[in-house]
Design a protein around this ligand. Structure first.
Ligand code: KIV
Length: 265
């Protein structure tokens, strides 16, 4: 069995080739994601919303993340398996190391943490223990209450500057990957060009090195409000596998996300 690694994604970035990522929470869908040649699976804490019907990701527990990571790992034969550290699972360095270790033992290849440069110390320590990290910047859904809603971030110069500097600091601390959510396309371009590690975007325009979508959004089965950056790939596909394949192809040829899925320049 051979898996995509953060190094594979870095090489793709150097070659100017894009990569695809989608969330998955179980073994069956993960195997289908593999069949579609999608590079990265994210066991996102979005499972709180799309599986559990919660109104945010905050109630998701470590036990639930471990359970879904185990399920995904059983179905996954080829993608890089990234697992979210849920809300309050990284309160202390000790908690961070323990909880990240549990996700790795459950089958994750890399853990994702939401935050800015304050994550640096944790990233250094995780790196020392052989745990790769993706730092999630921009709109960080675990901070929805502090941010005052699911809003585009980095629209004013000061915030944009802070996000670019955080990206550079997190790479210097050893982050293996960055995820940029809901920022203007011009800011996403600045961040992507400022770092050597792969940057995966959602609501960040087609200028990042890769794209990620929540599976339920990609399949057009999410109820309620649909964010601007979402596209229903089932609308142009005859099966779930075909929808995954179309998504993968459109990410890799740069046609998704289109300007109508992005937040200006
Ligand atoms: O939890 C999740 O699915 C995520 C994506 C929205 C990027 O973090």
């Amino acid at each position: 069995m051979s898996f995509t690694t953060p190094q594979t994604l870095k090489t793709l970035k150097q070659q100017g080739q894009k990569f695809s990522c989608v969330t998955s929470y179980d073994a069956t869908f993960s195997a289908l994601v593999n069949d579609a040649n999608i590079d990265v699976i994210l066991v996102g804490d979005s499972l709180g919303m799309v599986l559990q019907g919660q109104s945010s990701t905050l109630p998701v527990s470590m036990e639930e993340m471990i359970y879904h990571t185990v399920c995904v790992a059983r179905g996954n034969q080829s993608a890089l398996l990234m697992a979210d550290m849920p809300f309050m699972s990284n309160n202390t360095l000790e908690d961070t190391l323990h909880n990240a270790g549990q996700l790795m033992q459950a089958g994750a290849h890399i853990v994702k943490l939401e935050g800015e440069e304050w994550l640096s110390d944790a990233i250094v320590e995780l790196g020392r223990r052989g745990i790769p990290v993706c730092a999630h910047l921009g709109l960080t859904p675990q901070s929805v209450n502090k941010l005052g809603g699911y809003k585009v971030q980095g629209k004013v110069d000061e915030d944009a500057e802070r996000i670019v500097n955080a990206a550079i600091e997190l790479e210097a601390a050893g982050a293996d990957m960055l995820l940029l959510e809901c920022v203007p396309t011009a800011l996403a371009r600045r961040v992507t060009n400022a770092v050597n590690v792969p940057v995966v975007g959602i609501g960040a325009g087609n200028v990042t090195d890769g794209q990620v979508l929540v599976m339920h959004d990609l399949l057009g089965i999410t109820k309620g409000h649909k964010p601007k950056f979402v596209k229903n790939f089932m609308a142009e596909s005859s099966s779930i596998l075909a929808a995954f394949e179309t998504y993968d192809r459109q990410v890799k040829d740069g046609s998704f996300p289109a300007p109508e899925h992005s937040f200006g320049e």
